[in-house]
Design a protein around this ligand. Sequence first.
Ligand code: HEM
Length: 145
Amino acid sequence: MSDSVDSSTLDLFERSLARCEARPGFLDLFYEKFMASSPEVAGKFAGTDFVRQKRALKASFHHLLLVAHDRKQTPDVYLSDVAARHGSGQLEIGASLYDFWLDSLLETVKACDPEWSLEVDHAWEAVMMVGIHYLCQSYHGRHEK
Ligand code: HEM
């Protein structure tokens, strides 16, 4: 099981998330970078409704804040459907694609957060890694606790 993330890191992430969300085009820039990162990534999103997709990702950021706060008290209900969707037999998102996802996201945060710092970068990485570990571990349909 992933460790919980400490509260000052969560605060840093939460404040940066609010600044990024205040920037028009934050998630458009993320998907632009992510699509350009690999033809395999772009292929997975052929036919995607990006209006819906951006809303879903926005919700995930807020879910991850809860999950990273305390994995033991946070039911997997927040992420289990998302994990199943990304796993084998469905979208089949292999572990290597998460590197493109995280790199694209961290570059986007750097471009969008006027108060960006290395600490902010590390806070995003720490919170996102909770989700990435969860999704990767759940690939075959069962989350190893
Ligand atoms: C921690 C990382 C990630 C999170 C939190 C995340 C979150 C989500 C969410 C919330 C959805 C919408 C599920 C729904 O339909 O309700 C989604 C869909 C999707 N994700 Fe991810 N995702 C992550 C990583 C990735 C990666 C690395 C890829 C690789 C290409 C990917 C590809 C997709 C695709 C193709 C869809 C479906 C789009 C469609 O409906 O057409 N995701 N993701």
